[in-house]
Design a binder for this molecule. Structure first.
Ligand code: SF4
Length: 197
């Protein structure tokens, strides 16, 4: 990776979900669909129709690219809105409210890009969950910003070194489309055997 390379905001989300999954997708070039990823892709295809307009007093633009030179980030937004002059990103997700915190990180990364592109401080973002049809507010706090910056650095390091993070079995594995390639429980057992011998 060199200075001119950008990392995708989606890679941050994947890393925060599971560093090993991020390595498989962005270093090893693996991908597999399951019902969750297919549903997510369908949702984003519906959302990613470029367009600009108003919903009552709120200005909206869909599917525009966001970029940060400072953070070396790039990614496509689902929806950017402005109400009373305040801009904020809205990310669409297929699941339910509060399932995993990696979605908040993704919204924060979009806010960092939007700040650099507009010069405006972004204090809020939203996640729209398609199953519950609810928007969850994401406060762009100093803590979330720090977490996003740390994750950006981890992903940059991962892409630069190509070193594979260990697969660690967790509840997240149940929804992971790379489960059958990864076999995290077997990897855990073999790793424990190797450490003991
Ligand atoms: S199965 Fe689990 S450990 Fe393996 S890539 Fe998926 S989430 Fe990560």
């Amino acid at each position: 990776m060199n200075d001119t390379d950008y990392i995708s905001i989606a890679a941050l989300n994947q890393y925060a979900y599971c560093p090993h999954r991020c390595w498989r997708m962005f270093c090893a070039g693996e991908f597999a669909d399951n019902s969750y990823t297919i549903e997510g892709t369908d949702l984003h295809q519906r959302v990613h129709t470029v367009g600009e307009g108003h919903r009552e007093e709120t200005w909206q633009v869909r599917a525009i690219w966001l970029k940060s030179e400072r953070c070396k980030l790039i990614g496509k937004s689902d929806l950017i809105e402005a109400t009373d002059g305040e801009l904020y990103p809205v990310e669409y997700k297929r699941g339910h409210t509060g399932e995993w915190d990696n979605d908040e990180l993704q919204v924060c990364a979009q806010a960092l890009c939007l700040e650099e592109m507009t010069g405006q401080t972004i204090t809020t973002g939203y996640i729209y969950y398609a199953h519950s049809h609810q928007r969850t507010k994401v406060e762009i706090t100093a803590e979330l910003r720090e977490s996003a910056i740390a994750t950006i650095q981890s992903v940059q390091n991962l892409l630069a070194t190509g070193l594979m993070p260990k697969a660690v079995y967790s509840p997240r594995c149940k929804g992971c489309s790379l489960y059958s390639q990864c076999l995290p429980q077997a990897a855990d057992k073999v790793g424990r055997y190797q450490e003991a011998n």
